[in-house]
Structures are given as C-alpha cells and as structure tokens.
Design a protein around this ligand. Sequence first.
Ligand code: ADP
Length: 477
Amino acid sequence: MQTRNLINNQWIDADSGATIDVLDPATDERIAVIPSCGAAETRRAIEAAAAALPEWRSWTAEERAVPLRRLAQLMVEHRERLARLMTSEQGKPLSEARGEIDYARSFIAWAAEEGKRVCGETIPASTRDKRILVLRQPVGVAAAITPWNFPSAMITRKMGPALACGCTMVIKPSELTPLSAFALGELAIEAGIPAGVVNIVTGDAPAIGAELCANPTVRKLSFTGSTAVGRILMRQGAENLTRLSLELGGHAPFLVFDDADVEAALSGAMASKFRNTGQTCICANRFYVQDGIYDEFVAGLEAQLGSLRVGRGVDEGVQVGPLINDAAMDKVESQVADARDKGGRVRAGGARVAVAGCANRFYAPTLLEGFTRDMTIATQETFGPVAPVQRFTHESQAIEAANDSEFGLAAYFYSRDASRLMRVAEALEYGVVGANDGAPSTAQAPFGGVKHSGFGREGGRYVMHEYLETKYVSWGL
Ligand code: ADP
C-alpha cells in the first residue's frame, strides 16, 4: 500500500521528513503515516503537471480515453481492496464503501467517453470575408482539494473530466483519508496515465492551498469542502484570478406532503439522512412534514431508524459507522443539546452508542421532534445521524421554510401531485432537487449548489465547461 506523495510518478516524502498519522476513526488505531508536505513540494507538483501538459493535451480525446477506461477497469478489479482501505480510514460501512468505489469509477468511465464529445462551433459571420470559429481547449494545470467524506469519488469526479479535457492535475486529498487517493494514484500509473499528469500532495492544508491558489501556473481549482475554506480559497485566488469550482456546505430540507407515497418518502429519507452516518453535504438536515401525513411518517421514521445497525464499518451488516473524529461528535452532541434546551423532543436515540473494542465515536440514529428556527440544528450543517422533524400546514409555508437557509445545495420533497411536483421543484432555491428521490447523485447529472453552497457543476457534460477555455477565432479570408 502506497503511503507517500506522488510527483511525476515518483513516490516522495516531505522535504522536512515531517509526517502525519492516519487513524482508523472506529478504533483510533494508527493505520498509516503519510508525508506532511508544504508549499515547496506543492510547487514541484505544479511544475511536474506543467511539464506534462503539452504532451497530454496534444493527445486526442480518444487517446486519453484509453488509460482512463483502463483506470475504470482497474477500479473494478481492485474494488474490494479499495473499499476496505476506504472503510479503514473513513469508517463508512463496507457496503457503502463498495458503492462509493462503483460511484467513483463511474466518473472516470463517463468522462472518458464525454471527452470525445467536447465540440467547438462555427458561427455564421456578418460579412462574406470572415469565418467565426469557436475552439474548446483545456484550461491547463488544474488543482483539486477534496474532503474526507467521499475519499475516492470526490477525487474522480474532478480527475475524470479534468484529464479527459486534456488538463494535468495536482490533487490534495484530505489528510484524514489520503490512502484512497494514493491507491487511485497507483492505479492511474498502472493504467498508463503518463508521469506528471496526476500528482498528489498531502500535509499542511493552508500552505498547500495557498500555493495552489497563488501559483500562476494553476489555472483552475476545484474544491469540495466547507464554506469557510471555500471563502479562503476564493480570497487567495483573487490575485491570480484562479478559476474556481466550489462545492461547499449544505443544509438540505426534506419536505413530505400529504399526497406523498409514504413508503417511498421513508426510504428516501433513510437514504438521504443516514448514508455515511449523516456525513454528506447533501444529507437531509431538516424534515418538514405536512399535518395529514405527519403521524404516519414520523412513526415510520422512528421504526426504521431504530432498526439501523450501528458498529464498525468492517463488520458486515453494519449500516451506521463512527463519526470521523471527536470534533464531529462534539458538533452533533452540541446541536442535540441545544435543541433539547430550546424545547425539542428526542423521540429516539439522542446519545452515544458503545461499540465493543472501539473508540467512543458512535452516535445513535436520532429523531428529534419540534425543531424550531432558533436551534443551531435548523441552520448549521449537522454532519451526523440526527433527523429533526417539524410540522407544516400549507405548501407555501414549507417552501418558505425550505428556502430560509444560507445554503442551496440539495433539497428533497415527496408528493404524487404532478402540478405540485413542478411547482415545488421550480420554487426550491437549490442546485439539486430530489423530487420523489432521496439519492439524486449520479455521474451524468450536473451536481452543485447556489448561494453559500458555492458554484460550478460536476457531472455529465456540464462539468466539462469547468476544465475548458472557450477560444474565439475570427478568421479573415
Ligand atoms: P470538512 O469540514 O469537510 O473537513 P474542510 O473544508 O475543512 O471540510 O476540508 C476540505 C478540504 O480542504 C480538506 O482537504 C482540507 O485539508 C482542506 N483545507 C482545510 N483548510 C484549508 C485551507 N486553509 N486551504 C486549503 N485547503 C484547506
């Protein structure tokens, strides 16, 4: 298993020899020691990406698709190993880790094909002696900074399209989950992606981030993480006018109307809320349920979340794993305590769960009734397995409450009324809307947010724009 950084197909240590321990969040066991690099190594990674760029971008899209397809195939062959590695550093249940490898693979496979459909245009000119050509060209060296909650997919969803468009890359994964990134780097080499096209650095995140933003060779930065860090990167990139894609925090509302299929709404709620122990940026963070269906829906939710199995992700059958670290636990506990203080009622869960032989980092799936706008859980991302529920009477109330957020990433609602489906989908101020769907993420669709959830889209043909420049050639005859 590779544990060092990748620059120009060489696996390297930090110049200083400094390291960071990687821990299994379930047990606190040290599973690896990785380099703690800074600006100097990042600069070298950028230089390697710049050196590899002329050759890589000269390949045809079909030629670039060959190693990308091979990488996708290697991910299939190494699925189980990659999934186990992910669970050991991230904690998610093995079944979810396997699902993430498939999902991560789909971004590479999709981009390999989509790269062939990056088309320019000719536009009729206004005079007879001119022709207008529009070329689409790779932006150049692209950087990616990715989070710990999807250690593989958040990388491939940037790397697949960037490489398919002809860009070369420097990737900084989260220091909490770097091993999945290194494993992808190894497979990229095996797949025949040339040296310098993919580089991976870990270490001092602010120092690496500052170099990626300020270095004029980096023409594009795609970031997935918190709104706070997104703001820092945008400020730092201002001098260099670095092009940004920012996929930031979310606070997804989940609306259930009286005319919903309650079974479908429940399974959507469970998928959206408890996947990855509630640690996704599109997790339902607040539920609004209409009066007529409230009792049935909430009773159903209580029954279903009560049957979830909490434990170590490596144990088959486990559905809810540990939180990523103690800070995550503090946040969940403080949100629940705050809700209780302000009149919320914990109907199920609401406490840690002891798991034999493990760290004290497991939180029971929790159902919280009667949440109100003044509670921290109503406005701050929870990133934990807590479902706060509130009643509503009128559709307009629910929409107003749903949109009352600084965030705008994902929103969900359940209804069987076709008119309402269109009306509510249009009214929700969110980049992704699950209309009778609790799991909307997929490689071919545009994923991204509005408001403080950021900007830019990942997935499908939309993501290709993020890694391309549009050049207009006015051709005099
Ligand atoms: P989360 O709350 O999900 O951990 P963060 O925004 O803190 O989100 O982390 C997402 C990614 O951003 C990680 O790779 C992290 O190391 C990186 N990061 C954190 N702080 C900075 C920073 N100041 N500059 C650049 N990257 C950063």
